[in-house]
Design a protein around this ligand. Structure first.
Ligand code: F6P
Length: 360
C-alpha cells in the first residue's frame, strides 16, 4: 500500500515562524509514516503541471526552525489572491480551481495544510467548499485575526520594533531630537502598541485611536518643558488623524498601499514645535530574521496540531490559539473578522497610566 501523503503551502506575506510550522508538520507526519509534499510559492505551486513541489524530509527540515522566511517560498499575488485585508473579496476563477484540483488528485493528497493570513484563509475556505481537504494555520505579524488569540510572527515583529527603539533612544537623546518610527500592522495597531510600550515610546499612534497633530505636538512640547529634550514617537502605518485621513502610496504596479504617515508626521512636528525631527520606517525588517522563542514554539505547536486535524479528517478547520491551548475553529468563522485594539483595553490604559500619549 502506498504511503499516505499530505500537502502543505505557505501563502501571503512571509513571517518569522513559518519554518517552525513546516518542521512541526514534517516531524509529526513522519511519526505517522506520512509523506509531506510542499507546494512552492503558496497556492501557485498547485498550478504547474504535476505541481511545483518540494518533498519535505529530515534533511531539508533540519535546522530550519531558527530561520526566518519560508523554505517553500510564498506570494501575496497571483491566480488565487482573493482578498486584500479590509478590502474586497473575489472568487477564485473556475479554471484555476480545476487545475489545482487535478494536481491534488494526481498527487493523491489526503489533506492540504494552508499556512497564511486572512486572504489565504479565504482562499482555503473557497477550496474547501470546492471539495479540497483543507486545514488552515493562521499566520501574520499583524496579529489581526479574531479567531486566534495570537499568531506566530507577531512576537518577532514586536521584538524588532523594541530593539529599534532601544537603539533610536540613544541617538535621539544625544541630539535632542524627535524620532518618528513607522511600524507595520496594516489596519490594526498591535505591533505599534506592543512595540511602543516595550520600547518606551512617549507617543503611540494606532489606527484604532484617531490622533490630532496638535496633541502630538503638545506631547513633544511638554517633554521639552519638563527637561526631556528628546521624544520617541511610534506610529502604525494605518494610523489615522481625527479627520479620518490615512496615508497611502501607489506602487509601480498601480496598487495603493499604506505608507507615508511617518514622513508627514515628522514634517508637521518640526513645523509645529521647531524641534529637529527624523523619521525611521522599519518596513520589512519587522518580517525578517530569526523567530523569537515564543514564535518558534507557537509555530511548532500549530504545525503539530494541523497534522492532528488531518489525522482526524477535520477538514475546513483552522488551528487557533486560545487560553494557552492550541485548538481548532471552522475556517468559515475565522475569515473576514479582523481583530483590532480596543481603545479602552487594559494595555492602552496601562500605557496612558505611565504617561504615554495617544495623540487624542
Ligand atoms: O500583513 C503583513 C504586512 O507586513 C503588513 O503589516 C504590511 O502592510 C504588508 O504586509 C506589506 O506587504 P508587502 O510585503 O506586500 O509590501
Amino acid at each position: 500500500m502506498s504511503k499516505k501523503r499530505i500537502g502543505v503551502l505557505t501563502s501571503g506575506g512571509d513571517c518569522p515562524g513559518l519554518n517552525a510550522v513546516l518542521r512541526g508538520i514534517y516531524c509529526a507526519s513522519e511519526e505517522l509514516g506520512w509523506e509531506v509534499t510542499g507546494f512552492r510559492d503558496g497556492f501557485e505551486g498547485m498550478l504547474a503541471d504535476g505541481g511545483d513541489t518540494l518533498t519535505l524530509n529530515r534533511t531539508n527540515t533540519e535546522g530550519i526552525m531558527q530561520i526566518g522566511g519560508t523554505i517553500l517560498g510564498t506570494t501575496n499575488r497571483g491566480h488565487f489572491t482573493s482578498k486584500i485585508a479590509g478590502g474586497d473579496k473575489t472568487e477564485i476563477p473556475e479554471d484555476v480551481v480545476a487545475a489545482a484540483s487535478k494536481t491534488c488528485r494526481d498527487l493523491d493528497l489526503s489533506a492540504i495544510i494552508a499556512i497564511g493570513g486572512d486572504g489565504s484563509m479565504n482562499t482555503a475556505l473557497q477550496l474547501y467548499r470546492a471539495g479540497f481537504p483543507m486545514i488552515g494555520v493562521p499566520k501574520t505579524i499583524d496579529n489581526d485575526l479574531e479567531a486566534t488569540a495570537m499568531t506566530f510572527g507577531f512576537d518577532s515583529a514586536v521584538a524588532c520594533v523594541t530593539d529599534a527603539l532601544d537603539r533610536l533612544h540613544t541617538t535621539a537623546a544625544s541630539h535632542k531630537r524627535v524620532i518618528v518610527v513607522q511600524v507595520m500592522g496594516r489596519h490594526a495597531g498591535w505591533i505599534g502598541l506592543w512595540g511602543g510600550i516595550a520600547g518606551a515610546a512617549d507617543v503611540i499612534l494606532i489606527p484604532e485611536i484617531p490622533f490630532s497633530l496638535e496633541k502630538v505636538a503638545d506631547a513633544v512640547r511638554r517633554r521639552d518643558e519638563s527637561g526631556f529634550k528628546s521624544t520617541m514617537i511610534v506610529v502604525s502605518e494605518g494610523a489615522r488623524t481625527h479627520h479620518g485621513q490615512q496615508f497611502r502610496r501607489q506602487s509601480s504596479s498601480g496598487e495603493w498601499r499604506l505608507g507615508g504617515i511617518g514622513e508627514m508626521l515628522s514634517k508637521e512636528i518640526e513645523v509645529r514645535t521647531g524641534k529637529e525631527t527624523r523619521v525611521c520606517v522599519l518596513g520589512h525588517l519587522q518580517r525578517g530574521g530569526a523567530p523569537t522563542t515564543l514564535d518558534r514554539i507557537l509555530g511548532m505547536r500549530f504545525g503539530v496540531k494541523a497534522v492532528q486535524l488531518a489525522r482526524e479528517e477535520k477538514f475546513g478547520t483552522m488551528v487557533s490559539y486560545q487560553n494557552y491551548e492550541v485548538l481548532d475553529v471552522p475556517i468559515a468563522d475565522a475569515v473576514h473578522r479582523l481583530k483590532k485594539v480596543s481603545p479602552s483595553c487594559q494595555l492602552v490604559e496601562t500605557a496612558r497610566a505611565v504617561g504615554v500619549s495617544f495623540g487624542d
